[in-house]
Design a protein around this ligand. Structure first.
Ligand SMILES: [Zn+2]
Length: 293
């Protein structure tokens, strides 16, 4: 008897809790019922047609599973990287050594000048593959610049300002806004430009034409295209390759986009996906907000 009373008492105490929970679920339930009714009607009338995206469906042309959030990161004046940001894993590039038949002996790339070049590991591997691909087509690509730390960029920027009477001419990025700090950006030049000051004329070289045509096959994009200077706020750089992964690179290059435009589209797609009830956990790592306007 005591047990029954206890049970009844606890049920009375719990009732308001159940009521609350039900009230919270009400909206969802109504939505589900409406959805079920609509789909039932649709399936009666037109059973063959079902093209409308379902709630929470990812409709962006590049699948989420085909992108790595760390590879599509945007670094520019408005999306600055933290001064402590260092890409991982960062690897040292090897200078290419050839076997007797000319094939790659050590998994290296040609260096434009002496020194140390570091890149994020996946990007480094892609650069070796791209260089070998170019070589097979008769072109030699030389790595001239790779990962730059925040501090190195800061020194470079200040030096440029001094040289240019304090005016930012768009040739050297502000610290935190350089694509080179991502470890996914690198400057690749033809043999004749190894020691020359770089400018847009390099784009006419067959090596640069080859890169513009084939880079996406290796996961690279042209980071600063000639027709996007107003958007990137960086002068045309036919030598600056940026790794984003093959699916994203293919989409970007085939649609003539720059990374800023891609980021805008991707962020919009994320907002639309979330607004339609998509799973936040699936997109959270891709969300990027401007650090300043
Ligand atoms: Zn560069």
């Amino acid at each position: 008897m005591k047990r029954v009373i206890c049970f009844l008492l606890s049920m009375m105490l719990l009732l308001p809790v159940f009521a609350l929970a039900e009230a919270e679920e009400e909206e969802v339930e109504i939505g589900e019922i409406i959805d079920a009714e609509v789909s039932a009607e649709e399936s009666e009338e037109e059973p063959e047609e079902e093209t409308a995206p379902k709630a929470g469906e990812w409709t962006f042309p590049v699948a989420l599973e085909d992108m790595d959030p760390t590879f599509v990161v945007l670094a520019n004046k408005h999306y600055k990287l933290d001064s402590k940001f260092v890409p991982k894993p960062l690897v040292k590039m090897k200078q290419r050594k050839a076997n007797k038949d000319g094939s790659n002996k050590n998994g290296g790339v040609l260096f434009a000048k002496g020194g140390t070049y570091k890149l994020q590991e996946t990007c480094a591997e892609a650069l070796v593959a791209m260089s070998e691909g170019a070589r097979a087509d008769g072109y030699n690509l030389y790595l001239k610049s790779a990962y730059r730390s925040y501090q190195t960029q800061k020194t470079m920027y200040n030096n440029r300002l001094k040289k240019n009477k304090g005016k930012d001419d768009g040739w050297v990025s502000q610290p935190g806004s350089s694509d080179h700090q991502t470890g996914l950006g690198c400057d690749v030049v033809p043999k004749s430009w190894r020691d020359k000051a770089m400018n847009g004329k390099m784009g006419k070289e067959p090596e640069c034409i080859w890169m513009a045509e084939h880079c996406q096959e290796y996961g690279f994009i042209l980071r600063y295209p000639s027709d996007k200077e107003e958007i990137t706020e960086i002068n045309y750089e036919p030598w600056h390759m940026r790794y984003v992964g093959i699916p994203a690179a293919t989409y970007i290059m085939e649609n003539g986009l720059c990374l800023e435009e891609f980021t805008e589209q991707l962020q919009q797609a994320i907002q639309d996906y979330l607004a339609a009830g998509g799973d936040r956990a699936k997109v959270e790592k891709f969300i990027q907000n401007p650090t300043e306007k």
